[in-house]
Structure formats: C-alpha cells, structure tokens
Write a protein that binds this ligand. Structure first.
Ligand SMILES: Cc1ncc(COP(=O)(O)O)c(C=O)c1O
Length: 441
C-alpha cells in the first residue's frame, strides 16, 4: 500500500518533538516499574502520559487535546467526568469509602443487571474481568464435575492460566486452522494449562462441532469471547455454539466484558442467545475496577452458603466496593434505549465512512464494529478467525496510529477495540474519518 503514512519518514520524529514531557516521565517510570507502564499502554517510541479527561477528550501532559476513542479499553461509555457519576461518587466518599459490610448499593446494581439480562437470575461482583472468568469457570467445573474447558483461538478472557492459552499464538506454532494447538501465551504459566484446554476456531461450525462432540465427556464449559467490534461473528455461528453446547450438555460461558456496551440486554440479546453463565466488567463499574459473573440460579446458587457449606466460595477484599457499585449503577441509569441508539448510530456512521474511504482510495484496510465498539484492520483479507487478524500489517497500523495522534485522535495503539462515548456527536466521527483520509493521502 503506497500512501502518505508509508512515505512520511518524519512521523516518529514529530511525535518525539511534540511530547518531551511524556518521554521524560516514561524514562523515569522505567527506573522503578518494569517497562515503565503496563503492557497494554506501551507502544514505540514511548507512550503519552495523560493528565486529565473531560467528556470525550483527553489532555496530555503538554496540555494537548485528543478526542478519546481508546476510551479506557472501552470502559468509559459515558465519557470522562459525567456529572451523574461524579455526584454519586462524591456522595459515597462522604459516607465512607469502604465500610467492610454490605451497603445495599450492590443489591441495587444486581437488580438492575438481572432486570436487563434474561439469562442472569443471580450475579456476583468482583474486581476485574479476569476474576469474573476465573470464578465462572470454577463454577462450571464444580457444577459439571468435569475439568477441561474449550476456548476460541484468539479469544481473550483476562490473565489467569487456562484462559491465557492461545490468545495470540505465533502462527508457526498454532497448528492447523481447523484443529488449533493450545499454545501458552505468557511465561510462567502452569505446564498443565494447555492440557486442560481445547482450542476452537472462530466461525467454523464443522470444526467446532467435531471438537466439542469429541471432548464432551471432559468439557466443563465452552467460554466464548465474541471479540466485540474486533472480529465479526456471524449470528448463525454464535447461535450454533449455543445449540451445540446445549446438545452436548456442555455449559456455555459468554464473555460480555466488552460486549455489554452494545445494548440494554447486552450482546446476548443482539445475538438472540441465552448462555448458562455470562461474565461482565468494564462499563458496569463506571470507570472503577470491576468484574461480575452471573447466570442460571441453579449454577450460581452453588455460591450460596447460607444454609450450609456448599464447598464453593467467591470473595475478595474490594469485591462489590461501594464507590464502584455506585458509579456503575449511575452509569447504567444513563444507558437508556435512546443512549444506545445514539452510540450505535455513531458506530455505524464511522465504519461506513471509513469503509467507503478505503474503497475509494483502494487501500487494503477495513473497519468493523458492533454498535459503539470498532477496530481498523490493515488488511484486505476477509476476517474469518484469529489467523486473519494475525496477518494484518502491524507496521502500517503503528504508523496510522501515530498519524492519528498527531491530528488529535487517541485510539488504542493496535487500532483495535476502540469505543465511542456518549458525549460524542457526528462531528467527532466525521473528524476521525477526515483524519484517516489525511493520513492515508
Ligand atoms: C473479552 C474480555 N474478557 C476479559 C477481559 C479481562 O478483563 P480485566 O482486564 O478487567 O481483567 C477483557 C479485558 O480487556 C476482555 O476484553
């Protein structure tokens, strides 16, 4: 692809010139923290340090304004400093930050969630999506009496051992497309993790059916990351996974840690499925660390020890933290059908606009979205599974990311899983499309 992004040899140099304070702060951070920042924030040559956020904008330490499409990994659906959220946080701070007892706010949030989501009869709160998937898998194992899990190649569910199998395997180690190998993603994982996981390919009914039926007597669950706004899933495929798991008496855990931001009933309503268990995170904490898992009462009630010890537990010092619960509840209250319609229309406007642009300019790139979550993939290949995502042009992605930053648009540095926030209007969307046009020339 020949375009302005590839030819611009001064892109990185201008980035450095524009961000001396970020450079200084990053170098200082590296002295006491390995890599300076958490892995997800790092990109070449060094990441920007942000000072503050307001509505859909971020301001870096040089006081430059950026329109925020990274959206804290999609969690800040109302944008930054929404007055309704700030008000309840301040109220809760005045009442005490953490009281070591139930405050009743988590009950209100649980009622709101159970009311919105048909498959969720009971729910428990924890501190991260990682914890949510860990506990959901434990429950599935306990309920079924089986040990193995199945997950999709390229699916992400946080950072405990079994779910870190085959998140981003190098293609030369990944085995065949229809029967992928289990490849550990991180050093130090239990050597047994890969043995406990059956890896499934996305969007391939034949292989999924074969693998699930073959392993059905050992499988506690299939955990399904729908890769919201990253890898399009055919509705029929998602429904097929629901049916094939039900037929084989294998529990389905649907991961809506990102997908819950697409509508009142979340992604399962959009796909028309009822999972056995679902995991949540991100937007339901209003910007604070959060996770939750919920689903069928007969499974979730394993955690009910009020009438005697069931042998199951889920706890955590800060689980159901009152400030988090208050911020999450205030956030959900803002998420009316009209709010979702606004967010989702903007998501469609953006992707249609970008895809028209790529078509007109004959650029090997595509934008994908579900509602307000979107990605820009630098490839002309049809996106079928993890492997098509692994073949996108990483160098071009990096250069486009820098070119957009230069024009005041902050996206995730892989241009993947970006999100639109409620304060945004068509002008922000059209501005991003124009910035991409300018970048590709
Ligand atoms: C689909 C999905 N599941 C699980 C997680 C893990 O959540 P957390 O980062 O809160 O542990 C993430 C995080 O991005 C996610 O996108």
């Amino acid at each position: 692809m020949k375009n302005t992004v590839t030819r611009d040899i001064l892109l990185e140099e201008r980035y450095r010139t524009g961000s001396p304070r970020s450079k200084e702060l990053f170098e200082r951070a590296c002295k006491t923290m390995p890599g300076g920042v958490k892995g997800a924030y790092f990109h070449r040559p060094y990441p920007l340090t942000m000072n503050r956020g307001d509505r859909c904008y971020l301001y870096d330490v040089e006081e430059r304004q950026f329109t925020d499409f990274a959206n804290h990994h999609s969690a800040m659906i109302l944008g930054h400093n929404h007055p309704a959220v700030i008000e309840v946080i301040q109220e809760q701070l005045a009442n005490g930050i953490a009281l070591g007892a139930s405050t009743g706010i988590e009950t209100e949030l649980s009622e709101e969630m159970c009311c919105r989501i048909s498959s969720v009869n009971r729910i428990r709160f924890c501190n991260s999506g990682t914890e949510a998937t860990l506990h959901a898998i434990r429950l599935a194992r306990g309920f079924s009496g089986r040990t193995k899990i199945a997950k999709f190649e390229g699916g992400y569910h946080g950072s405990h051992d079994v779910v870190e199998v085959s998140v981003s395997p190098p293609l030369e180690k990944a085995g065949t497309e229809t029967m992928p190998n289990g490849v550990p993603t991180a050093g130090g994982m239990s050597p047994y993790a890969t043995e406990e996981v059956v890896v499934l390919p996305y969007n391939d009914e034949v292989s999924v059916e074969k693998l699930i039926t073959q392993h059905r007597r050992e499988l506690a669950c299939v955990i399904f990351d729908p890769k919201t706004g990253v890898l399009p899933q055919r509705k029929e495929f998602v429904q097929f996974v629901r049916e094939i798991t039900r037929e084989n008496r294998v529990l389905l855990i649907f991961d809506e840690i990102v997908g819950f931001r697409v509508g009142q009933g979340g992604l399962q309503e959009y796909y028309g499925i009822l999972p056995d268990l679902t995991t949540y995170g991100k937007i339901i904490g209003g910007g604070f660390p959060v996770g939750a898992f919920g689903g069928r009462a007969d499974i979730m009630d394993l955690l009910d020890n009020t009438c005697g010890n069931t042998g199951f537990s889920q706890s955590g010092t800060f689980s159901g933290h009152p400030v988090t619960m208050a911020a999450g509840l205030a956030t959900l209250k803002q998420l009316t059908p009209e709010a979702f319609a606004h967010l989702n229309e903007l998501g469609d406007r953006l992707c249609n606009g970008l895809n028209d642009l790529f078509f007109c300019k004959n650029v090997s790139a595509q934008a994908v979205n579900i509602g307000s979550v979107f990605s820009i993939h630098l490839t002309g290949e049809a996106l079928m599974n993890y492997r098509s995502l692994a073949r996108t042009d990483k160098e071009m992605t990096h250069r486009l990311f820098l070119a957009l930053l230069e024009q005041g648009y902050f996206l995730s540095h892989g241009l993947s899983m970006n999100a639109i926030s409620l304060p945004m209007e068509p002008i922000h969307i059209d501005g991003l499309i124009e910035a991409v046009e300018k970048a590709i020339g």
